[in-house]
Design a binder for this molecule. Structure first.
Ligand code: 6PG
Length: 236
């Protein structure tokens, strides 16, 4: 039984932007740069997408970009246990904004089968991820309560070295109650992690985070630290 080693402390690189548009433009450029570098070094680019609404315009910008889409592999940081075509699915938002409009091969888009229920979907997705050692880039959002992906306060964050890669989430405080989430440990197994944070409702979570409160977002601790793309107004 491996020792339950505590995760390394999180290093945060805060990057403040005057407007949401500037934040989104910077995020789009960072993603495209990360893809160019990964593809030139390893021939592929493995990216984990954030859900919610914040990333939508970034996905729409990517849609207009010229990239070597055939080398991209897309995963999801979490998914809501709703029917596959439900309008509230994270995979549906990304498909509508971006994935349906670029030539990423369908077998490179790895959707969490959350319509099967949290336990079955978590088990299936863990098998999907088994062959991927390090993600090249993980995108994450931040909830008003400090959650990220579907890792919520008071719930298992999966932030130890022996944590499962994928967690079945029951009674989540954000609808729907049943979800599937990559664990904090798996989300941290990445070359680069970027949080996209906008909206005044996130101000308290950002303050807590910066004051060292152990919100779930603070459990994401990749070797190279995390970049937090933040609207400057949230620091006021
Ligand atoms: C989800 C998301 C969740 C989201 C945050 C922020 O399924 O709800 O994965 O973690 O990223 O709640 O959501 P907004 O971007 O809509 O503010």
């Amino acid at each position: 039984m491996p020792l339950l080693t505590s995760p390394p402390p999180q290093q945060c690189h805060w990057q403040n932007f005057n407007t949401t548009a500037e934040l989104e433009q910077a995020a789009t450029q960072t993603i495209l740069q990360a893809a160019l570098q990964a593809i030139s070094l390893r021939g592929t680019f493995h990216i984990v997408l954030a859900g919610g609404t914040t990333p939508r315009r970034v996905y729409e910008s990517l849609c207009k970009s010229d990239a070597d889409w055939a080398a991209w592999h897309v995963y999801f940081g979490d998914e809501r246990c709703l029917p596959a075509d439900h309008v509230e699915r994270n995979s549906g938002m990304a498909a509508k904004a971006w994935l349906n409009h670029v030539a990423i091969p369908l077998n490179h888009i790895h959707i969490i089968p959350a319509e099967k229920g949290a336990q079955v979907a978590a088990s299936n997705y863990a098998q999907t991820l088994a062959s991927i050692e390090l993600f090249d880039l993980v995108l994450l959002g931040l909830g008003e309560d400090g959650h990220t992906a579907s890792l919520f306060p008071g719930h298992d964050l999966g932030n130890t070295a022996n944590a499962p890669a994928v967690i079945a989430v029951e009674n989540a405080p954000k609808y729907p109650p049943q979800r599937v989430s990559l664990s904090a440990h798996r989300l941290s197994t990445a070359r680069k992690v970027i949080f996209l944070v906008s909206g005044t409702t996130k101000q308290q979570a950002v303050m807590d985070w910066r004051n060292g409160v152990a919100i779930p977002a603070a459990a994401i601790s990749p070797t190279n630290g995390v970049d937090v793309y933040l609207e400057a107004a949230l620091l006021a």
